[in-house]
Design a protein around this ligand. Structure first.
Ligand SMILES: Nc1ncnc2c1ncn2[C@@H]1O[C@H](COP(=O)(O)OP(=O)(O)OP(=O)(O)O)[C@@H](O)[C@H]1O
Ligand SMILES: O=C(O)[C@H](O)COP(=O)(O)O
Length: 648
């Protein structure tokens, strides 16, 4: 999940800021240094245009080719700057160096909305060494680092990873797209999930197979690596490409697939040739009758039919590696037909890898593929489940720990409360969410000692803001903190409705809760009438603003805000996931407008209102919902356990 929840350029304020963007402008050039394929420059346009339109001072950095001796004109980024200028319809300033005086001067004089292209970052050998001083020099040109070069994200170089040691790091739209599609396909695929692996050698794709075999429903294996598997099954494979030292591995992978009920499909026949060249004599042979002196160079028509049938049933397809020696026209049919099947499957289709991507593009299927990865090796390593350095260094979007807080309201005697939490402890010991029980005052001492040493926190359901005095029936902060209370729920709609709680008293209480070393859970929410009148957004913003008045950013980062639509409390009527998330997002946006992005990213916002064991999982996975304030369901062991373990 970590690899997918990364901050993007939309999560950071770029206006007026110097933003260094690692792009992948490693484009092919002909002998006259003319760009023969500008798709990588085109691919970076959404990010660059966003930065220009949002007033950033954009500094682009990329490598081109493999320069070995410092500056060489043939590796200059100049042609890419000129092409980008044409595509943007505006000037792109070209620096004469990377971290030299010219680059520094031009970066310093950039105005909002302008774009500067640095020279080839690989003119400095420190780039690929990820030399810290070099990364620091490069970082000194800017205030924010955006990585939008997925193709080099598997490399820990200064411009792809080192910059993040000195600058806040987010991703651009290209990398965001890679993470969304490939990350989601691997983490939570629509099923049936079919992976198609091909290419030359098993050794190139072992890690992918081992990572995918636990995730897929069907694994289709073609290309050269299929023959190692066929040999492992006891078939003769003639002169077909084979890695004899991988036979046992192939056997164990097939056994594992069998045990896990994964369908592992191999060619049932091949187009074989006598020599490894296009115009060699070739014919069809079934896999169980491969003659000596011949080598498998493509999958046969029956296999194409079998693979295509399986692909057409898929809801998610990942494909890496051609089905045959695709670069020879006589042996390209298998790859073409598989590309066609993937394009026509209507599945969420992801194609990674140089040849596979080339196949779908050359065949005109590119627009029917959901996502064609821009990275060859990078997408392979992503599919292997590896952490890519250029992604790992980016700031996490949402590292907020979910919180499952029970609000028992006026329920359970002190004895019943202790019995309940004693039973609850083992059930939630391995919960990923923070577990809190909001108990009546009289239960606090007993519950506090019962939960000692466990992961269960204790909340009070209210508190007075004064330290002490003539407030009959009230409880002060010092009394609660003396009992070791962790959280205090304030501003609950029932207290607003029955006990004259106001936004102003909520604010006073919030300050008092912090004063005594505890953390407030501040409730806000609208009535059905207010929602129907369309005043909910302004009301929520108002309630949040008054509640937080005078609190500093550090305090707000710690506290919890609970969105509780009054019409959903105790009614069995839960807000939809979208409704709940929409309001939580309004609350987060309000916090951002009052403080800053870091504070709004840190504050936890939970939903309350008829949360159940069944609804918690999806609710808590919404982007702006960080857990739940749970009434009725928190009084039932099974339900509250399931809510606390929302993701298991
Ligand atoms: N039956 C076969 N026998 C020998 N070589 C094969 C066979 N089928 C495919 N190949 C070779 O596989 C190579 C491509 O494999 P590779 O794994 O690089 O695919 P890819 O899609 O480019 O993936 P990536 O970009 O991730 O490396 C081609 O050069 C092709 O000749
Ligand atoms: O504080 C609460 O938990 C809310 O009032 C929700 O109560 P409910 O889950 O019983 O609707």
């Amino acid at each position: 999940m970590g690899m997918m929840n990364k901050k993007t350029i939309e999560d950071i304020d770029v206006k007026g800021k110097k933003v260094i963007v690692r792009v992948d402008f490693n484009v092919p050039l002909d002998e006259n240094r003319k760009i023969t394929d500008d798709k990588r420059i085109v691919g970076a346009l959404p990010t660059i245009k966003y930065l220009v339109e949002n007033g950033a001072k954009t500094i682009l950095v990329s490598h081109l080719g493999r320069p070995k001796n410092g500056f060489e004109d043939k590796y200059s980024m100049k042609p890419t700057a000129e092409r980008l200028s044409e595509l943007l319809g505006k000037e792109v300033v070209m620096a004469a160096d990377v971290i030299g005086e010219d680059a520094k001067a031009k970066a310093a004089s950039l105005k909002s909305g302008e774009v500067l292209m640095l020279e080839n970052v690989r003119f400095h050998k420190e780039e690929e060494k990820n030399n810290a001083d070099f990364a620091k020099e490069l970082a000194s040109l800017a205030e924010i680092f955006v990585n939008d070069a997925f193709g080099t994200a598997h490399r820990a170089h200064a411009s792809t990873a080192g910059l993040a040691d000195y600058l806040p790091a987010v991703c651009g739209f290209l990398i965001q797209k890679e993470l969304n599609f490939m990350g989601k396909a691997l983490a939570n695929p629509a099923r049936p999930f079919v992976a198609i692996l091909g290419g030359a050698k098993v050794s190139d794709k072992i890690a992918v197979i081992e990572n995918l075999i636990d995730k897929v429903d069907t694994l289709i294996i073609g290309g050269g690596m299929a023959y190692t598997f066929l040999k492992a099954k006891g078939y003769k494979i003639g002169n077909s490409i084979c890695e004899n030292d991988k036979i046992d591995l192939a056997k164990s992978l097939m056994e594992k697939a069998e045990k896990k009920g994964i369908k592992l499909m191999l060619p049932i026949g091949s187009i074989v040739g006598q020599e490894f060249k296009n115009d060699t004599e070739h014919k069809y042979v079934p896999s169980d009758d491969m003659p000596d002196g011949w080598m498998g160079m493509d999958i046969g028509s029956l296999t194409i039919e079998k693979f295509s049938k399986e692909i057409k049933k898929a809801k998610t397809v990942i494909w890496n590696g051609p089905m045959g020696v695709f670069e020879f026209p006589n042996f390209a049919t298998g790859t073409k037909e598989v590309a066609k099947a993937v394009a026509e499957s209507g599945s969420i289709s992801i194609v990674g890898g140089g040849d596979s991507a080339a196949a779908v593009e050359q065949l005109g299927f590119a627009d029917k593929i959901t996502h064609i990865s821009t990275g060859g090796g990078a997408s392979l390593e992503f599919l292997e489940g590896k952490e890519l350095p250029g992604i790992a260094v980016l700031m996490d979007k949402n590292s907020r720990k979910k919180i499952a807080a029970g609000n028992w309201k006026m329920n359970k005697t002190a004895k019943e409360a202790v019995e309940f939490v004693e039973a609850l402890k083992p059930r939630v010991a391995d919960a990923d969410a923070e577990v809190v029980v909001g108990v009546p005052f009289v239960c606090i001492p007993g519950v506090k000692s019962a939960v000692e040493g466990s992961n269960i926190k204790v909340a009070a359901q209210n508190m007075h803001w004064e330290e002490k005095g003539a407030f009959t029936g009230e409880i002060s902060g010092s009394m609660l903190s003396d009992l070791g209370v962790d959280y205090v729920i304030i501003g609950h709609s029932e207290r607003r409705q029955y006990f004259a709680e106001t936004d102003e008293t909520v604010n006073k209480k919030a300050h008092a809760v912090f004063k005594y070393g505890m953390t407030p859970i501040i409730c806000v929410g609208e009535s059905l009438t207010q929602r129907e009148q369309g005043i909910m957004p302004d009301l929520i913003r108002y309630q949040v603003k008054i509640a937080l008045l005078g609190l500093d950013a550090e305090q707000v980062k710690k506290l919890v805000i609970a969105y509780e639509p009054i019409w959903a409390i105790g009614t069995g009527k839960t807000a939809t996931n979208e409704q709940a998330n929409e309001v939580c997002a309004i609350i987060r946006e309000t916090v951002k407008s009052l403080y800053d992005g870091e504070t709004s990213d840190s504050v936890r916002i939970q939903y309350g209102g008829s949360v159940t064991a069944a609804s918690a999982g999806e609710l808590f996975s919404m982007s702006d919902i960080d857990g739940g304030l749970v009434g009725g369901a928190s009084l039932k062991l099974d339900d509250f356990e399931k809510i606390a373990k929302y993701n298991k």
